[in-house]
Design a protein around this ligand. Structure first.
Ligand SMILES: Cc1cc2nc3c(=O)[nH]c(=O)nc-3n(C[C@H](O)[C@H](O)[C@H](O)COP(=O)(O)OP(=O)(O)OC[C@H]3O[C@@H](n4cnc5c(N)ncnc54)[C@H](O)[C@@H]3O)c2cc1C
Length: 311
């Protein structure tokens, strides 16, 4: 534990110390508030070699961006950094008491949840080990580097139409339906207009770099594969506290208002855990808003910053 403050009472507790959490903590630290960040170190993009699309940091390793953010944050004297997992949080005396994996408790007047999400990939042999290297989900993050080559979309539901219709801007697309859905007539016309090749044979596994082996024995060589998996929120803490949860197309996320206040007074949520739109730049912006809103709620009260009601 790197610490500038020996007590366990803080103005704000930030759970999750990646892009969103770091950015939230930065705003609180710059307001000279005592803030503790608890981080389990499992960034969502840890499987990828490089991070793309974040202004000034394009093509840099995701770990480098996070490490620089952490180093800059820790120059502020009111910041405490704890490596570990927050396992529970309860409302306590108008604030929150957070329990860590080792039983240590921390008290904070405000809680910022920046726990990210966990990806759940479809059960296709060979997919998981290529995740972030040759198998991706976000065209803006990883499409460009495929150099307009052969791109496979492994369908998981009709949602995969979205990827199949977008990705022709990045290369020659084959949509592997794999029995996940059958495009209707309108969808077939749209796919045709975008020059998408449709493959109906079932997929046996992914081999080589990103080669798709079909159950009928054929193998199709791809430069990269895209898949839409499911996500779940990185920690059950928000749900346990009673924060309202939205159901997005890929999975649940915490409901927040424009200032990133959740439906529970004093709890602010940011980044992938509280958004339908993942990405490092989004998480950083989201975190900055959550941190500033959490700070302002310490000055003006939670009512001034919270517009959502729990339903
Ligand atoms: C393969 C892949 C490649 C990607 N490439 C890009 C890219 O090129 N560009 C881009 O913009 N985006 C990319 N993304 C998306 C990007 O990774 C996420 O949008 C971003 O990491 C979200 O930041 P976050 O801070 O919300 O969550 P995360 O970065 O996922 O961090 C959440 C943090 O909270 C911690 N945590 C969770 N629960 C607890 C708990 N209970 N106690 C303590 N700590 C906890 C985790 O351990 C983790 O450190 C990629 C994603 C994937 C999967």
């Amino acid at each position: 534990m790197h610490t500038h403050d020996a007590t366990n009472e803080f103005d704000a507790i930030v759970v999750g110390g990646s892009y969103a959490g770091l950015s939230a903590a930065m705003q609180l630290a710059r307001a000279r508030r005592r803030v503790v960040v608890i981080d389990a170190g499992q960034r969502r993009n840890r499987y990828a070699r490089h991070s793309h699309g974040f202004l000034t940091q394009d093509g840099i390793e995701g770990s480098t961006i996070a490490a620089l953010g952490q180093a800059q944050l820790l120059t502020y004297p009111t910041v405490t950094w704890i490596e570990g997992t927050a396992v529970n949080a309860v409302a306590h005396n108008g604030g929150f008491r957070v329990t860590k994996h080792d039983g240590q408790t921390l008290r904070g007047h405000r809680l910022v949840l920046a726990t990210g999400v966990i990806d759940e990939l479809p059960l296709i042999d060979g997919l998981t080990e290529r995740w972030g290297r040759h198998v991706f989900t976000c065209p803006y993050c990883d499409g460009y580097e495929l150099e307009q080559g052969n791109i496979g979309v492994l369908a998981t539901s009709a949602l995969s139409m979205h990827q199949a219709l977008m990705l022709p801007d990045w290369g020659d697309v084959t949509l592997f339906l794999n029995g996940a859905f059958e495009p209707d007539e309108t969808q077939l016309i749209a796919l045709d207009e975008r020059n998408v090749t449709i493959e109906r044979a079932l997929v046996r596994r992914v081999t080589g770099k990103a080669d798709v082996e079909m159950r009928d024995g054929r193998t199709q060589s791809m430069d990269g594969l895209f898949v839409i998996g499911r996500t779940r929120i990185g920690s059950p803490i928000a749900e346990k506290l009673g924060c309202a949860i939205e159901q997005g197309p890929m999975g649940p996320y915490i409901r927040t208002d424009q200032k990133k206040a959740s439906t529970v007074a004093g709890v602010y949520c940011c980044g992938d855990a509280a958004s339908m739109f993942p990405g490092v730049p989004h998480a950083v912006a989201d975190g900055a808003m959550a941190g500033a809103a959490a700070h302002q709620s310490l000055v003006f009260g939670t009512v001034a910053t919270q517009t959502l009601k729990n339903e």
